[in-house]
Design a protein around this ligand. Sequence first.
Ligand code: FAD
Length: 325
Amino acid sequence: MAGAIWVLGESKGSDLARVSAEVATLGSALGAAAGLDVVGVVAGASPDGLAAEFARYLPLVHSLAVPEAAETAFASAVGPSLAALVEREQPAYLLVGATSDGRDIAGILSVLLGWGVIANASAILWQDGRPEVEVSILGGKLLTTSVFTGQHGIITVRPTSVTAEPLASRGSVVPVTVSPEIALPAVTVVSRVAEESEAVPIDEARVIVCAGRGVGGPEGMHLVQALANELGGTVGASRAAVDSGWIPYSQQIGQTGKTVKPRLYVGLGVSGAMQHMVGMRTSETIVAVNRDAEAPIAEVADLVVIGDLFAFVQALISALQARST
Ligand SMILES: Cc1cc2nc3c(=O)[nH]c(=O)nc-3n(C[C@H](O)[C@H](O)[C@H](O)COP(=O)(O)OP(=O)(O)OC[C@H]3O[C@@H](n4cnc5c(N)ncnc54)[C@H](O)[C@@H]3O)c2cc1C
């Protein structure tokens, strides 16, 4: 289908990454506005299972089998085959999630295909016969709009930019093969370290209790965790809390951390620097607890509790426990 919009499906563990489902939904809306077909592509050693999952979101998914050595980094393993498939099928645009692998693949395909990349889209509209890509910059202070000067391009899309919506009926999966003429120097993965956390990953959590510098240290973090447990949520953090060594970087929210969109975000001792707010401002309900009534987080909060966070959290935990007995 020459001229189509393609969406790359990625895995997270053995499942489809949530961002891929989101990008498929965004791609479908773009395709409907443009009158273009929207096609998924999943590449890997055994892509059929993931392709079938991806077909819950798209009417047609290419399942591209690529000999993939376990110790080779994903993007360098599948990049040449994806580029060969794109050259053969001639889609117009490729959308990928702005994940570590997605960014790597966008870079590799840009070089192999000579296509431009617009990175970190928060929205894509179809205007004047081409995609118009919105990117939030300077920690969310400015929204830029970019277009490609040519007829092709790759767009990486920030997680949680849209809500994924499955199709009414599952699409079809078509196995495809290619013989790429080039091989990239393999980037070797020397070790993989699983994150030690039983909680829901922060970018998928429905409830986040976020620790800021105001939490004061490891003792305060126990209280944050206790509240998260009561609410069935995951602990997140500002960069100040991460830099202080109270919590791993994987839990950082913001410009240099993760973008989150929970149903409930509770910020404890978080001031609301623009670099933090760019990662949480689209949360459905924001509660901020801060002893400073002028803290910038109040600008985006639905409810601001002005006072000492320790007294508030202890009282809230007691109230929640009393309610459940
Ligand atoms: C390039 C760049 C990228 C960055 N990326 C990120 C990012 O991804 N994520 C991020 O979070 N930051 C990021 N930052 C850092 C950011 O600018 C802020 O420094 C950081 O977010 C501040 O964290 P904080 O709100 O926890 O701390 P502070 O700004 O120090 O705020 C602490 C708050 O706690 C309140 N407080 C203190 N004690 C109590 C108490 N007992 N009860 C109630 N309230 C109390 C204070 O009133 C204050 O508002 C970045 C900065 C730069 C330059």
